[in-house]
Each structure stands twice: as structure tokens, then as C-alpha cells.
Design a binder for this molecule. Structure first.
Ligand code: MG
Length: 443
């Protein structure tokens, strides 16, 4: 038996823990540079704010509807997530952290009443972190996800589902008739793994609800759609096809990107931004003990600014040897930007992507084909790697950017260069991870 535990409106809830006056108000969290709404409270959803909607489109709701917008505070969310996951881990023998606010728990062999366990876990998370969650139980991961969705919806929209399923929903407790009624009232598009395109195709074929899908013929679905959909159907019918992945594989790609508060028109501005994003990505790369075989750089104009001429650059540069060395990566970034940049465009977003990742040790052990010596490269610690280690340690201790790799743009700083720097005018303090930003309680 699996559980899926999910934080409700997670980013907004993290903000509310330290700013209780935000409870009950429409709140959105804005992406970096305050560009788009990336999280919404229920109240914000109710006044019509859409996911990923650009901020300028809903800004007027500040005055007319009391909408509150805050800048994303990922350091806070990451730390709150770790605390939440640690509480959840106490309740089951195995846990798979699936995303920043979701984890699967494996209750196989646990004999306790699951609804009671779910309620106790939910209460403990709320008491110890201040974060509200929803809990769904099912025989497979897909069913646990769906049960979670129903627990959340029953809580948020009274009347949508039976009230006793709110907050904690255990499918194994329900009779076949009760389940059939639930599935008949649930859109097929809410099933984990069924995307918008597939939903439209299913609907066109008369499959609108989960109940319709359960009655469909597996072989026909596989023919018309894919084995993936057939697997989803088997999971919905209670046959587990996805195991708990409790040791997640290291990420296969590391992406750091951002939109600019003000468009950038100068090559130095793009170069500095792309270098900064590549440096951040390299930091994460070293954290997970990997090296990258390729680096991608992109910078684009904004499709929302319809009056602007559009130009989108997206290049991937293979690296001669896989590396985690920021200086080497920045050289590739510079080549990409200088060769691809076109004057006369207003670039609104840029990013760096590290790909073809592999374990650092593995790459080190390879024969050095580029060495002129006949001896294989010595396995002694690479001084460049040690330099990177020292840089990461210093930045960790004294704050980001205490030490950084200089790039040519630093010397030629012009007025535009610093424009990309994150504009996060509304960011809350990093209460739980910075001594100097700790909440102060007056008694
Ligand atoms: Mg969530």
C-alpha cells in the first residue's frame, strides 16, 4: 500500500508559516524577477489567477481584490521541504521524495489503520512545520496520487466529493460502489501521467472520466495511444507497475534560467547572465558529484512582447572532456554567446543547461586521450577540482558569490550588465537558513 503526501499550495503555505496575516488572503508567489505566478493560494485561484500567468496581467488585482504577491524564496521552500519530508519519513519504512512537496511512502507490511495513520501524520507535519498537507492511500502509486487529488479537492471544494474523504483519502477503505461513484465524478485528465493531449484524445473517443477509462479495453488503448497509457490503466486497476524509487538517480540535466526584469540588448549583459547561470548549475553539478559532457546556452526575446522582433538562441556545446570546472564551462558559454548574439533584439530570458552528466570519479578514471605523455593520467587529486571545492566551501560559509570566477565581462561592466540580477523586491527573509534573517519573537 502506497501513500502520497503532498503539501497544499506549498510555496504559499511556506510563506504563511512566517506571515500569518497572509492566511485567508489571495496570495501568489512570483518566479525570479517577479515575472510570473508560480504558486497560488486557493483564494488566488478563486479570483481567477492562472498557473504561470505573467504578473503584469494580474497586477491590477492588488488594488481591486487584495491580491498579495511575494517573490519566490527557494531557500526557504527547500529547507521547509526537508523538514516536512523528515516528519513523513517517521511514519513508513520507506520513502521516495518525489518533488519539493510530494513524497511516496510505502506502507507494505504496516498493519495500522491507514486513515488514522494519515491523520496523525498530517497533524504532526502541521504541528512541527506549520504546513498543511493532503494524504492519499492506494494499492499503486497512480492510485495513491489519485486518492491524494480527491483528498485535496474534497477539502477545498466542499460538495465535490464526500466530506469524509477530505484531507486523508484511503481507497482501500471504500467499497466497489463507492469507488465507482468517485471515479465517475473524476476527470480522466486528473490521473497521474495523462497529459492534456492524451486527455483531449480520450475525450474525443468518449472517455471522459476515470470510470470510463477503467472500462476501456487495455489492448485497444495500447494500440491507439501507448504502452504508457496501458500501464497507467493497469495501475488504476490495482496492479502495481511502478516500484518505490527510494534512491533517486542523480539528475540527468541541470538547468538554471531566469527572465530579466528589464530586457537586455547588449552582448555583455547576456554573457554575464549566462555565465552566472552556468556557475550556479556547475555548483549543483559538483554537489551531486557529477561532471557534464555538454553545456547548453539559450537566450530569447519575449513572446509576450508582441511589438518586439523575436529571436531565440539555443545552442549545445559538447565538451572535449566531461568537466565540473566552472572556468572551463564559462569558456564554452562565452563562445556560444559571442557567436550567437545578434544586436537589435530585446532579450528577456536566458539560461544554461548542463547535460550528458556522469559520475565524476568515473570520468577521472578514463584514459586521458589528450595527454601527450605515454603514462596514463595520475589519479592524484586534480588541483582544479580542489579549487572548485574550496570555492564552494567558501561560498557556502560566507554566502553566495563571496568568491567567483572572473569573466571578461567583469572588466567591461557597462550600465546594462547588472540588469539581469534577480529582481526580487518582495522576497521574504530566509527565516530557517540564515542567522541574520531568523524570525524575531517579542514577548
Ligand atoms: Mg502540492
Amino acid at each position: 500500500m502506497y501513500a502520497l503526501v503532498d503539501g497544499n499550495n506549498f510555496y504559499v503555505s511556506c510563506e504563511r508559516v512566517f506571515a500569518p496575516h497572509l492566511v485567508g488572503r489571495p496570495v501568489v508567489v512570483l518566479s525570479s524577477n517577479d515575472g510570473a505566478c508560480i504558486a497560488r493560494s486557493n483564494e488566488a485561484k478563486d479570483i481567477g489567477v492562472k498557473m504561470a500567468q505573467p504578473w503584469f496581467q494580474v497586477r491590477h488585482l492588488e488594488k481591486t481584490a487584495g491580491l498579495v504577491a511575494v517573490s519566490a524564496n527557494h531557500e526557504l521552500y527547500g529547507d521547509m521541504s526537508a523538514r516536512m519530508m523528515a516528519v513523513e519519513a517517521r511514519y513508513a519504512p520507506r520513502q521516495e521524495v518525489y518533488s519539493v512537496d510530494e513524497s511516496f511512502l510505502d506502507f507494505d507490511g504496516v498493519r495500522d489503520d491507514l486513515v488514522d495513520t494519515g491523520r496523525a501524520m498530517r497533524a504532526a507535519i502541521l504541528r512541527e512545520t506549520g504546513l498543511p498537507t493532503s494524504v492519499g492511500f492506494g494499492a499503486t502509486k497512480t492510485l495513491a496520487k489519485l486518492a491524494n487529488n480527491i483528498a485535496k479537492t474534497a477539502d477545498r471544494k466542499p460538495g465535490s466529493y464526500p466530506a469524509h474523504l477530505a484531507q486523508v483519502c484511503d481507497f482501500s477503505r471504500l467499497s466497489p460502489d463507492e469507488l465507482d461513484a468517485l471515479f465517475g465524478a473524476t476527470d480522466v485528465g486528473l490521473v497521474w501521467g495523462i497529459g492534456r493531449r492524451t486527455t483531449e484524445k480520450l475525450q474525443a473517443g468518449g472517455i471522459a472520466t476515470v470510470r470510463d477509462l477503467l472500462r476501456a479495453d487495455a489492448a485497444t488503448l495500447r494500440r491507439q495511444f501507448s504502452v504508457v497509457l496501458e500501464k497507467t490503466l493497469r495501475e488504476l486497476r490495482g496492479t502495481s507497475c511502478m516500484a518505490l524509487d527510494d534512491a533517486p538517480a542523480p539528475r540527468q540535466q541541470i538547468l538554471v534560467s531566469r527572465s530579466f526584469g528589464t530586457p537586455i540588448t547588449h552582448v555583455d549583459g547576456i554573457l554575464e547572465a549566462a555565465s552566472e547561470f552556468a556557475s550556479r548549475a556547475a555548483e549543483r553539478l559538483r554537489q551531486q558529484g557529477s561532471v557534464a559532457g555538454a553545456i547548453g546556452v539559450f537566450f530569447t526575446t519575449s513572446a509576450f512582447r508582441t511589438a518586439d522582433r523575436q529571436h531565440n538562441v539555443n545552442v549545445t556545446i559538447p565538451l572535449v572532456r566531461p568537466t565540473a570546472d566552472t572556468a572551463e564551462l564559462l569558456r564554452a558559454v562565452e563562445v556560444a554567446v559571442r557567436t550567437q548574439f545578434r544586436a537589435g533584439f530585446r532579450y528577456a530570458k536566458a539560461g544554461a543547461v548542463l547535460s550528458e552528466l556522469q559520475a565524476a570519479g568515473h570520468a577521472q578514471g578514463e584514459l586521458d586521450l589528450f595527454s601527450t605523455s605515454e603514462e596514463p593520467a595520475p589519479p592524484a587529486p586534480d588541483p582544479r577540482a580542489r579549487l572548485m571545492q574550496a570555492m564552494d566551501a567558501l561560498n557556502n560559509r560566507f554566502g553566495r558569490d563571496s568568491v567567483r570566477i572572473g569573466s571578461t565581462t567583469m572588466a567591461s561592466r557597462n550600465a546594462e550588465v547588472a540588469v539581469w540580477a534577480t529582481k526580487q523586491e518582495r522576497r521574504s527573509p530566509r527565516y530557517t537558513t540564515r542567522w541574520e534573517e531568523m524570525p524575531v519573537v517579542r514577548a
